[in-house]
Design a protein around this ligand. Structure first.
Ligand code: TXA
Ligand code: MG
Length: 352
């Protein structure tokens, strides 16, 4: 990336955005900016978020504009402490309380019935609100300094791969951020690397109703089931207006093709023969791959796969690759979240 200034004094880079070291002073200034209706991109343990005061519809509207996100897509409200939940939700069912107690701060988002003051700009007009207490020191310091709820989608342009470093945020949004009112706090690379798991705990008062997973992410389905003591439905099919459920979400510019281990070498050869620049993302790429193949990533396990996934997909684009052949990890634990993102990326490409 050229022209990007990383300046702890808060000087403006050529792109117009300010990347700042998360000093105490920078965090209090960022909280002030939020209070004044500005936008603050901040690290979380999952991905970077672009935050606005959730109580300010004007600030949230600007957030949507900058992201290029349709207004009817609801956004997560980030809190510094679980004790603030009742300010946003009318009721916290026992299951939600149990998940919050066990997983917060952490990569879990709870969908609950909203209080009437919660703006339609946040909920996309739904009668629910999504809440999360992130587990990242800069995020928590910012949220506690601000005191209220911070509406924050992932800090990428709508439909793009989520950012896991401050530089990724600026690469996606820099030109749209304004030097006067916006800041990007740099907390280094994200520890989890894929978004939070969303569990819908609204409407549990209806007969036979159970919590359901709307997006698999940093907390595994197995963990959720163990904490609740029963199985949960995974409803990621898209009946809610969740951008994470759209086919083209999470996709880089390069085509993503899911390949079984044993077909990697032959598929790579076929793509190369067709004139494609080929990358491979697999725990153990075979050593008999064509020299022309770029090894995009060799994650040792599912955690590393998740942590490096979006970085690797961005690298594939930076290398100008046409296609990424990905061997999907096993559908358990955080591997399920990686598999979900890769399948969505690949589904988009099946239609191109
Ligand atoms: O890890 C994360 O969750 C990151 C970090 C920044 O916290 N945030 C994130 O936000 O992924 P975003 O906006 O990219 O995705 C939020 C998801 C969307 O799929 C949205 O539809 C869903 O949460 N969501 C928000 N409010 C909802 C609600 N009331 N009911 C159902 N889904 C909701
Ligand atoms: Mg997103």
């Amino acid at each position: 990336m050229t022209g990007l200034q990383r300046d702890p004094r808060g000087e403006v880079g050529e792109t117009g955005a300010v990347i700042q070291e998360p000093t105490d002073a920078a965090i209090s200034r960022a909280a002030e900016l939020l209070r004044a209706g500005g936008l603050v991109a901040f690290p979380t343990e999952t991905v970077y978020g672009l935050g606005a005061d959730a109580a300010s519809p004007a600030a949230v509207r600007r957030l949507y504009e900058i992201k290029g996100r349709p207004a009817d897509h609801p956004v997560i409200v980030h809190l510094g402490d679980a004790a603030l939940m009742p300010e946003w939700a009318t009721e916290v069912p026992e299951s939600a309380a149990r998940l919050a107690e066990a997983c917060w701060p952490g990569p879990l988002t709870l969908v609950l019935r909203r209080r009437s003051h919660v703006s339609d700009a946040i909920t996309g007009g739904l009668d629910t609100v999504a809440l999360r207490v992130p587990d990242q020191p800069v995020a928590r310091a910012l949220l506690l300094a601000f005191g209220g709820g911070v509406a924050a989608p992932s800090a990428n342009r709508f439909g793009r791969v989520s950012p896991t470093t401050a530089a990724d945020v600026v690469a996606d949004l820099g030109a749209a951020l304004s030097a006067d009112v916006d800041v990007v706090l740099d907390g280094g690379p994200c520890r989890v690397g894929v978004e939070s798991t969303i569990v819908d705990c609204a409407r549990l008062d209806q007969p036979h109703a159970r919590p359901a997973i709307l997006r698999v992410g940093g907390v595994s389905r197995e963990q959720v089931e163990e904490l609740l003591g029963h199985t949960v439905d995974v409803r990621t099919g898209g009946e809610t207006r969740a951008p994470g459920t759209l086919d083209f979400h999470y996709a880089p510019n390069a085509r993503v093709v899911l390949v079984a281990d044993e077909h990697l070498a032959s598929r790579a050869a076929a793509e190369i023969a067709a004139g494609q620049r080929v990358g491979v993302l697999a725990s153990k790429p075979p050593d008999f791959l064509d020299d022309a193949v770029v090894v995009v990533g060799t994650p040792a396990d599912a955690d590393e796969y998740a942590r490096t996934l979006y970085r690797n997909l961005r690298d594939a684009d930076e290398h100008g690759l046409d296609v990424v052949l990905a061997v999907v990890p096993a559908d358990v634990g955080i591997g399920a979240a990686v598999a979900d993102r890769l399948r969505r990326a690949a589904r988009r490409d099946a239609r191109r």
